[in-house]
Design a protein. Sequence first.
Length: 205
Amino acid sequence: MNDVIVIGIAGGTGSGKSTLINRIKDHFGDSITVISHDSYYKEQVGMTYEERCLTNYDHPNAFDTDLLVEHVKRLKNWETVEIPVYDFTIHNRAVGQTEVKKPSKVIIVEGILIFENKALLDCFDIKVFVDTDADVRIIRRILRDVKERARTLDSVVTQYLTTVKLMHEQFVEPSKKNADIIIPEGGFNVVALEMLNQRIEGLLK
């Protein structure tokens, strides 16, 4: 049995992480297990919807990263895990719901802040940072949040200006120094994608 390879893919909101991951999955198929840091937003007990809307979701404290670290370690030990299901339309975990993730030879963990946490950083065999211009990222975030997360344009822009931009500058951008590979434009960078796929293939052999 081959050792498990854990790849961390970080980058700012809307940087193209999902596109990169989908293209890696197209190449490796069932050899890939993908986990998103977003699934590990903390459950907000006893808070109204209005109060949950005011939470800073781009700060490391918004995540139960300890649980993510535990799950990654269990997957590396070829154990199945049940990860939380987060409902972005209500800003809270879906009550009583989990998603089963089975171990595989390649585990990808993605998120904006996964290189900020030392314990999580130590879990990764390959650390990739997707680097994309801020104007492109905000446009992608607006489109995603309005179409997929039932957000209003005003709320997305307000959140970006009050927390997202500041947290990117404080936590996300500095964490780029921890990356092994920096990929401009994520999955749209064909040369970098091919090199990463070759690296994964080499490790699997």
